[in-house]
Design a protein around this ligand. Structure first.
Ligand SMILES: [Zn+2]
Length: 137
């Protein structure tokens, strides 16, 4: 993926995005929305944001493509579909987030392993890392 091209264009209609559109996060041609912050984080940390991950349908994409419009926090590390962010843990294929203040709950692993879309080992690694990042021992 060409990061420079990606951040300058609408991912829906491929129109070139003006400076204003890039600041507002809305394409002026088709009206589709994108994440200004995720694109900014990607430029600051391309190693993480351009890494390749597997989507639900088995296809692959970059972390940026998955996070654009879905994730709020700055992604620090990725384990499967789980992103450790400065907000806690966010999911790269569902609107699903665990806020940093909730990371200490001892039930997360059991709770998440009941979900059909969760790979438990990925979640456990993400949780361990997120707890370390956010000051839980
Ligand atoms: Zn567009």
């Amino acid at each position: 993926m060409n990061l420079e091209y990606y951040v300058e264009h609408c991912r829906s209609c491929d129109s070139y995005l003006s400076e204003v559109a890039r600041k507002e996060g809305v394409c002026s041609d088709c009206g589709s929305e994108f994440s200004v912050t995720q694109r900014k984080y990607a430029i600051e940390n391309p190693d993480v944001y351009l890494s390749i991950m597997q989507k639900m349908d088995g296809e692959t994409c970059t972390v940026l493509e998955a996070a654009d419009g879905l994730v709020d926090g700055e992604i620090l590390e990725v384990y499967g579909v789980f992103a450790v962010t400065d907000c806690g843990i966010e999911c790269l294929n569902h609107f699903y987030a665990i806020g940093s203040s909730d990371l200490g709950d001892p039930d997360w692993v059991r709770h998440m392993s009941e979900k059909t879309w969760v790979v438990p080992t990925d979640f456990e690694k993400a949780l361990e890392r997120a707890r370390a990042v956010h000051g839980f021992s």
